[in-house]
Design a protein around this ligand. Structure first.
Ligand code: GUN
Length: 303
Protein backbone atom coordinates (compact mmCIF):
# COMPACT_ATOMS: atom_id res chain seq x y z
CA UNK A 1 0.00 0.00 0.00
CA UNK A 2 1.71 3.26 -1.07
CA UNK A 3 2.05 5.88 1.64
CA UNK A 4 0.87 9.44 1.15
CA UNK A 5 4.51 10.39 0.71
CA UNK A 6 4.89 7.81 -2.08
CA UNK A 7 1.83 9.20 -3.82
CA UNK A 8 2.91 12.80 -3.76
CA UNK A 9 6.61 12.29 -4.31
CA UNK A 10 6.10 12.62 -8.08
CA UNK A 11 4.52 16.05 -7.68
CA UNK A 12 7.07 17.66 -5.34
CA UNK A 13 7.52 21.28 -6.30
CA UNK A 14 10.89 22.91 -6.12
CA UNK A 15 10.71 26.57 -5.12
CA UNK A 16 13.26 27.82 -7.61
CA UNK A 17 14.55 30.97 -5.98
CA UNK A 18 17.14 31.47 -8.67
CA UNK A 19 14.53 31.60 -11.45
CA UNK A 20 12.22 33.91 -9.52
CA UNK A 21 15.17 36.12 -8.58
CA UNK A 22 16.10 36.46 -12.25
CA UNK A 23 12.53 37.49 -13.11
CA UNK A 24 12.49 40.09 -10.33
CA UNK A 25 15.91 41.40 -11.36
CA UNK A 26 14.47 42.12 -14.81
CA UNK A 27 11.57 43.97 -13.18
CA UNK A 28 13.98 46.04 -11.07
CA UNK A 29 16.09 46.81 -14.15
CA UNK A 30 12.97 48.26 -15.81
CA UNK A 31 12.42 50.51 -12.76
CA UNK A 32 16.06 51.65 -12.86
CA UNK A 33 15.69 52.47 -16.54
CA UNK A 34 12.66 54.65 -15.72
CA UNK A 35 14.61 56.41 -12.96
CA UNK A 36 17.62 57.20 -15.11
CA UNK A 37 15.47 58.24 -18.07
CA UNK A 38 13.96 60.91 -15.79
CA UNK A 39 17.50 62.24 -15.28
CA UNK A 40 18.09 60.85 -11.79
CA UNK A 41 21.21 58.92 -10.88
CA UNK A 42 20.92 55.14 -10.47
CA UNK A 43 20.42 53.64 -6.98
CA UNK A 44 23.76 53.17 -5.21
CA UNK A 45 24.57 50.38 -2.75
CA UNK A 46 27.75 50.28 -0.67
CA UNK A 47 28.94 47.06 0.96
CA UNK A 48 31.65 47.02 3.61
CA UNK A 49 33.59 43.79 4.02
CA UNK A 50 35.98 43.51 6.95
CA UNK A 51 38.52 40.67 6.85
CA UNK A 52 38.95 37.65 4.62
CA UNK A 53 36.10 35.24 5.43
CA UNK A 54 35.65 33.10 2.28
CA UNK A 55 31.87 32.74 2.45
CA UNK A 56 31.42 36.48 3.14
CA UNK A 57 33.58 37.33 0.11
CA UNK A 58 31.34 35.15 -2.06
CA UNK A 59 28.13 36.72 -0.69
CA UNK A 60 29.43 40.24 -1.26
CA UNK A 61 30.59 39.34 -4.78
CA UNK A 62 27.10 38.01 -5.56
CA UNK A 63 25.54 41.21 -4.26
CA UNK A 64 27.84 43.27 -6.50
CA UNK A 65 26.97 41.13 -9.53
CA UNK A 66 23.27 41.57 -8.81
CA UNK A 67 23.74 45.36 -8.65
CA UNK A 68 25.43 45.29 -12.07
CA UNK A 69 22.61 43.17 -13.51
CA UNK A 70 19.85 45.57 -12.40
CA UNK A 71 21.77 48.74 -13.25
CA UNK A 72 22.61 49.94 -9.73
CA UNK A 73 25.90 51.55 -8.88
CA UNK A 74 27.76 49.44 -6.34
CA UNK A 75 30.83 50.14 -4.26
CA UNK A 76 32.73 47.58 -2.24
CA UNK A 77 34.78 48.91 0.67
CA UNK A 78 37.31 46.29 1.75
CA UNK A 79 38.90 46.74 5.15
CA UNK A 80 41.57 44.58 6.81
CA UNK A 81 40.80 42.16 9.66
CA UNK A 82 42.75 44.48 11.97
CA UNK A 83 40.36 47.44 11.41
CA UNK A 84 39.28 48.88 14.77
CA UNK A 85 35.64 49.44 15.67
CA UNK A 86 36.28 53.18 15.75
CA UNK A 87 37.71 53.16 12.22
CA UNK A 88 34.73 51.21 10.96
CA UNK A 89 32.27 53.55 12.69
CA UNK A 90 34.03 56.55 11.13
CA UNK A 91 33.69 54.97 7.68
CA UNK A 92 29.99 54.34 8.32
CA UNK A 93 29.48 57.99 9.31
CA UNK A 94 31.15 59.14 6.08
CA UNK A 95 28.77 56.96 4.08
CA UNK A 96 25.76 58.11 6.12
CA UNK A 97 26.67 61.68 5.18
CA UNK A 98 27.17 60.94 1.48
CA UNK A 99 24.05 61.88 -0.49
CA UNK A 100 25.15 59.86 -3.50
CA UNK A 101 24.62 56.61 -1.55
CA UNK A 102 21.19 55.04 -0.94
CA UNK A 103 22.01 51.83 0.88
CA UNK A 104 24.78 50.59 3.16
CA UNK A 105 25.42 47.04 4.36
CA UNK A 106 28.23 45.81 6.56
CA UNK A 107 28.70 42.12 5.85
CA UNK A 108 28.39 39.95 8.95
CA UNK A 109 30.00 38.26 10.79
CA UNK A 110 32.54 40.85 11.84
CA UNK A 111 35.90 40.11 13.51
CA UNK A 112 35.42 39.33 17.22
CA UNK A 113 36.86 42.65 18.45
CA UNK A 114 34.09 44.64 16.72
CA UNK A 115 30.60 44.87 18.21
CA UNK A 116 28.01 43.92 15.57
CA UNK A 117 25.38 45.78 17.55
CA UNK A 118 27.36 49.04 17.61
CA UNK A 119 27.97 48.74 13.89
CA UNK A 120 24.39 47.96 12.84
CA UNK A 121 23.06 50.77 15.04
CA UNK A 122 25.53 53.26 13.51
CA UNK A 123 23.98 52.93 10.06
CA UNK A 124 21.51 55.69 9.19
CA UNK A 125 18.05 54.02 9.31
CA UNK A 126 17.30 55.74 5.96
CA UNK A 127 20.14 53.68 4.41
CA UNK A 128 19.60 50.50 6.44
CA UNK A 129 18.82 48.25 3.49
CA UNK A 130 19.69 45.14 5.56
CA UNK A 131 16.87 46.09 7.95
CA UNK A 132 19.04 45.35 10.99
CA UNK A 133 18.76 48.76 12.75
CA UNK A 134 16.52 48.90 15.83
CA UNK A 135 14.35 51.47 14.04
CA UNK A 136 13.75 49.08 11.12
CA UNK A 137 13.09 46.10 13.43
CA UNK A 138 10.77 48.18 15.62
CA UNK A 139 8.76 49.39 12.64
CA UNK A 140 8.52 45.85 11.25
CA UNK A 141 7.25 44.64 14.61
CA UNK A 142 4.58 47.36 14.62
CA UNK A 143 3.55 46.63 11.03
CA UNK A 144 4.85 49.98 9.77
CA UNK A 145 6.48 50.59 6.41
CA UNK A 146 10.24 49.95 6.67
CA UNK A 147 13.20 48.07 5.24
CA UNK A 148 12.49 44.40 5.88
CA UNK A 149 15.52 42.22 6.56
CA UNK A 150 16.51 40.81 3.17
CA UNK A 151 16.16 37.05 3.76
CA UNK A 152 12.66 37.14 5.30
CA UNK A 153 11.61 39.65 2.63
CA UNK A 154 12.92 37.38 -0.12
CA UNK A 155 11.19 34.32 1.37
CA UNK A 156 7.81 36.04 1.55
CA UNK A 157 8.14 36.99 -2.09
CA UNK A 158 9.09 33.45 -3.05
CA UNK A 159 5.92 32.17 -1.34
CA UNK A 160 3.96 34.85 -3.13
CA UNK A 161 5.32 34.11 -6.60
CA UNK A 162 4.43 30.43 -6.14
CA UNK A 163 1.01 31.47 -4.82
CA UNK A 164 1.42 29.49 -1.61
CA UNK A 165 -1.45 30.25 0.76
CA UNK A 166 -0.29 31.40 4.18
CA UNK A 167 -3.48 32.85 5.69
CA UNK A 168 -4.60 30.79 8.65
CA UNK A 169 -1.76 28.28 8.22
CA UNK A 170 0.61 27.15 10.93
CA UNK A 171 4.14 28.41 10.25
CA UNK A 172 6.95 26.98 12.36
CA UNK A 173 10.22 28.89 12.32
CA UNK A 174 13.24 26.98 13.61
CA UNK A 175 15.91 29.46 14.71
CA UNK A 176 15.53 32.84 16.41
CA UNK A 177 18.41 34.87 14.96
CA UNK A 178 18.03 38.61 14.54
CA UNK A 179 18.83 38.27 10.83
CA UNK A 180 16.32 35.58 9.87
CA UNK A 181 14.28 33.69 12.48
CA UNK A 182 12.92 36.55 14.52
CA UNK A 183 11.99 38.95 11.69
CA UNK A 184 10.63 35.97 9.73
CA UNK A 185 8.29 35.06 12.56
CA UNK A 186 7.03 38.65 12.76
CA UNK A 187 6.44 38.85 9.03
CA UNK A 188 4.58 35.55 8.84
CA UNK A 189 2.27 36.56 11.68
CA UNK A 190 1.64 40.10 10.43
CA UNK A 191 -1.37 41.08 8.37
CA UNK A 192 0.46 41.79 5.11
CA UNK A 193 0.63 39.75 1.94
CA UNK A 194 1.69 36.14 2.63
CA UNK A 195 1.35 36.68 6.37
CA UNK A 196 -1.61 35.96 8.62
CA UNK A 197 -0.10 32.69 9.82
CA UNK A 198 -0.23 31.26 13.31
CA UNK A 199 3.49 31.20 14.14
CA UNK A 200 5.56 29.02 16.45
CA UNK A 201 9.25 29.82 16.99
CA UNK A 202 11.50 26.92 17.97
CA UNK A 203 15.09 27.17 19.14
CA UNK A 204 17.88 25.24 20.82
CA UNK A 205 15.92 24.87 24.06
CA UNK A 206 12.72 23.63 22.45
CA UNK A 207 11.76 20.27 23.94
CA UNK A 208 10.58 17.64 21.45
CA UNK A 209 11.27 19.74 18.35
CA UNK A 210 9.73 17.11 16.07
CA UNK A 211 6.36 17.59 17.77
CA UNK A 212 6.29 21.17 16.49
CA UNK A 213 7.94 20.74 13.09
CA UNK A 214 5.48 17.99 12.14
CA UNK A 215 2.62 20.40 12.86
CA UNK A 216 3.94 22.97 10.37
CA UNK A 217 2.10 23.74 7.14
CA UNK A 218 5.05 26.02 6.41
CA UNK A 219 8.38 25.09 7.96
CA UNK A 220 11.17 27.66 7.83
CA UNK A 221 14.56 26.49 9.05
CA UNK A 222 17.44 28.86 9.80
CA UNK A 223 19.82 27.25 12.28
CA UNK A 224 23.08 26.90 10.32
CA UNK A 225 23.42 23.18 11.12
CA UNK A 226 23.74 21.06 7.96
CA UNK A 227 20.88 18.57 7.46
CA UNK A 228 19.44 19.25 10.91
CA UNK A 229 15.83 18.63 9.82
CA UNK A 230 15.09 15.14 8.45
CA UNK A 231 12.09 13.94 6.47
CA UNK A 232 10.42 12.40 9.53
CA UNK A 233 10.26 15.87 11.09
CA UNK A 234 8.10 17.23 8.25
CA UNK A 235 4.34 17.05 7.76
CA UNK A 236 3.09 15.44 4.54
CA UNK A 237 2.67 18.11 1.88
CA UNK A 238 4.26 20.93 3.92
CA UNK A 239 6.11 23.83 2.37
CA UNK A 240 9.74 23.70 3.50
CA UNK A 241 11.97 26.74 3.32
CA UNK A 242 15.63 25.96 3.92
CA UNK A 243 17.64 29.06 4.80
CA UNK A 244 20.85 27.21 5.70
CA UNK A 245 23.86 27.17 3.43
CA UNK A 246 26.97 25.68 5.04
CA UNK A 247 30.22 24.68 3.39
CA UNK A 248 30.89 21.06 4.31
CA UNK A 249 34.35 19.59 3.55
CA UNK A 250 34.18 17.17 0.62
CA UNK A 251 36.37 15.57 -2.01
CA UNK A 252 35.30 18.00 -4.77
CA UNK A 253 37.30 20.50 -6.88
CA UNK A 254 36.34 23.29 -4.45
CA UNK A 255 37.05 21.11 -1.41
CA UNK A 256 33.52 21.53 -0.09
CA UNK A 257 29.84 21.05 -0.90
CA UNK A 258 26.99 23.34 0.15
CA UNK A 259 24.44 21.84 2.52
CA UNK A 260 21.17 23.26 3.75
CA UNK A 261 19.66 22.90 7.21
CA UNK A 262 17.23 20.32 5.79
CA UNK A 263 18.25 16.84 4.63
CA UNK A 264 16.95 17.19 1.08
CA UNK A 265 16.87 13.49 0.17
CA UNK A 266 14.49 12.55 2.99
CA UNK A 267 12.58 15.86 3.00
CA UNK A 268 11.64 15.84 -0.67
CA UNK A 269 9.78 12.56 -0.17
CA UNK A 270 7.42 14.22 2.28
CA UNK A 271 7.26 17.94 1.46
CA UNK A 272 4.82 19.49 -1.00
CA UNK A 273 7.15 22.36 -1.83
CA UNK A 274 10.82 22.73 -0.93
CA UNK A 275 13.63 25.18 -1.63
CA UNK A 276 16.83 23.65 -3.03
CA UNK A 277 20.28 24.55 -1.66
CA UNK A 278 21.88 26.27 -3.47
CA UNK A 279 19.43 28.11 -5.73
CA UNK A 280 16.54 28.55 -3.29
CA UNK A 281 16.58 31.18 -0.57
CA UNK A 282 20.07 32.60 -1.32
CA UNK A 283 19.19 34.39 -4.58
CA UNK A 284 15.95 35.68 -3.02
CA UNK A 285 17.94 37.28 -0.17
CA UNK A 286 19.84 39.29 -2.74
CA UNK A 287 16.52 40.34 -4.28
CA UNK A 288 15.33 41.62 -0.90
CA UNK A 289 18.47 43.73 -0.71
CA UNK A 290 18.06 45.09 -4.24
CA UNK A 291 14.42 46.01 -3.55
CA UNK A 292 15.33 47.77 -0.32
CA UNK A 293 18.01 49.77 -2.13
CA UNK A 294 15.50 50.74 -4.82
CA UNK A 295 13.03 51.73 -2.10
CA UNK A 296 15.64 53.92 -0.38
CA UNK A 297 16.31 55.69 -3.68
CA UNK A 298 12.57 56.12 -4.28
CA UNK A 299 12.13 57.52 -0.74
CA UNK A 300 14.78 60.12 -1.54
CA UNK A 301 13.75 61.10 -5.05
CA UNK A 302 10.08 60.22 -4.86
CA UNK A 303 10.76 58.53 -8.19
N1 GUN B 1 25.63 37.74 6.89
C1 GUN B 1 24.75 36.73 6.66
N2 GUN B 1 23.61 37.20 6.12
C2 GUN B 1 23.76 38.54 6.02
C3 GUN B 1 22.91 39.57 5.53
O1 GUN B 1 21.77 39.37 5.11
N3 GUN B 1 23.45 40.83 5.58
C4 GUN B 1 24.69 41.08 6.08
N4 GUN B 1 25.11 42.35 6.10
N5 GUN B 1 25.48 40.14 6.54
C5 GUN B 1 25.03 38.88 6.50
Amino acid sequence: MPTFADKISFCIMLLKGKEIANQIKEEIAVEVEKITSKGHRAPHLVAILVGEDGASKTYVKNKELACQKVGFTSTLVRLPETTTEEELLTKIQDINNDDSIDGLIVQLPLPKHISENNVTQAIDPAKDVDGFHDVSVGKLTKGQDTFISATPYGIVQLLDRYDIETKGKHCVVVGRSNIVGRPMSILMSSSGKRGNCTVTICHRHTEDLQRYTTMADILIVAVGIPEFIKGDMIKDGATVIDVGITRVDADTPKGYVLKGDVEFESAEKVAGYITPVPGGVGPMTIIGLMQNTLKSHQNKFNS
